[in-house]
Design a binder for this molecule. Structure first.
Ligand code: 6PG
Length: 247
C-alpha cells in the first residue's frame, strides 16, 4: 500500500496523554529537520492542551524558535482579536510569547474570504518558493488536524466543493456546516497533504459515532484527508468505537 493510503491509529488513555503524544511527535518532526521548519496548526478545542504543553519548560526550551514557522490550516472569518479566531487561540496560548512575530503566519480576515484565501495562497507559495507542489519536497513538516461532529476537517465540510479542489491552495467557504456559522477560509486537501506527517487529535465520547463512520470508510473529509507522507490519528479511548480492535 502506498504511503499516502496508509493511516496509523494510536489509542491513548485520555486528553492529557493525547497532548503529550502529539507534543512528542511534533518534537520528533522538529528534531528531524536541521533547516527551516513549517508546522500547520489547527483550530477547535482539541489542540489547546498541546499548545499549552509547548509553552512549558519541558518543550519550549527544546524548540528552535527562530527556525520554526507556524501556519494555520483553516480560519473562522472573525477579527484576529476574536476568541473564535483559530490563530488568535494559538497566539494567546503560546505563540505570542515564544515565536518571532515574522514566523507566525495567520490567515488574514480583513478582506472577503475569497480574497483572504488568495492572499494566503500567495504567502504559502512564496514561503515554499514555487507555485506547484513537488511530492519530493513537502510544504509542511507537520500538519495538525481535528475532526468535527459532521466529519469535517480544517474547514472542509462534507459535500462542499472545497473537498474536491485540486488546483487552488486555499479557498473561501461562504458558510460553515457547524458552529460558529461564520464564513471560513481553508487550505485544500492537496496542500494539507504536502507534509511529512498529518496528525489528527480526536478525543471525547461525542466523537465516537463520527469516528466509527470515518473508520468504516465513509466518504467524509476527515477520512479523505491524507498526508503524502505519514498520516497518524491519535485517539483518546472514549472516542474509540466500542468494538475497535485496530485498523
Ligand atoms: C475549526 C477547525 C475544525 C476543528 C474540528 C474539531 O476551525 O473549527 O479547525 O476543523 O478542528 O471541528 O474541533 P474540536 O477540536 O473543537 O472538536
Amino acid at each position: 500500500m502506498a504511503a499516502r493510503d496508509h493511516r496509523q491509529l494510536i489509542a491513548v488513555a485520555d486528553p492529557a496523554a493525547l497532548a503529550r503524544a502529539a507534543a512528542d511527535r511534533l518534537m520528533a518532526r522538529i528534531d528531524a529537520n536541521g533547516g527551516r521548519i513549517a508546522i500547520c496548526l489547527t483550530g477547535g478545542s482539541s489542540p489547546k492542551q498541546l499548545y499549552a504543553l509547548l509553552a512549558t519548560e519541558a518543550y519550549r526550551d527544546r524548540i528552535p524558535w527562530k527556525r520554526v514557522h507556524w501556519f494555520i490550516g483553516d480560519e473562522r472569518f472573525v477579527p484576529p482579536t476574536d476568541p473564535l479566531n483559530n490563530m488568535a487561540t494559538a497566539r494567546g496560548i503560546f505563540l505570542d510569547r515564544l515565536a518571532p512575530p515574522s514566523n507566525i503566519h495567520p490567515i488574514p480576515t480583513d478582506a472577503d474570504p475569497d480574497e483572504s484565501a488568495e492572499r494566503y495562497a500567495r504567502e504559502l507559495k512564496s514561503f515554499y518558493g514555487a507555485d506547484r507542489l513537488d511530492a519530493a519536497r513537502p510544504l509542511f513538516d507537520l500538519v495538525l488536524m481535528g475532526m468535527g461532529p459532521d466529519g469535517h476537517t480544517a474547514s472542509i465540510f462534507p459535500d462542499y466543493p472545497a473537498l474536491n479542489e485540486t488546483e487552488r491552495w486555499v479557498v473561501g467557504v461562504p458558510k460553515a456546516n457547524v458552529e460558529p456559522f461564520v464564513p471560513r477560509v481553508t487550505l485544500t486537501c492537496p496542500v494539507l497533504a504536502s507534509c511529512r506527517e498529518m496528525l489528527f487529535e480526536v478525543a471525547g465520547r461525542d466523537k465516537r459515532a463520527i469516528l466509527t463512520r470515518v473508520l468504516s470508510g465513509e466518504n467524509l473529509p476527515a477520512g479523505r484527508a491524507r498526508s503524502n507522507g505519514e498520516t497518524v490519528w491519535l485517539v483518546a479511548k472514549t472516542a474509540l468505537p466500542e468494538n475497535f480492535r485496530g485498523e
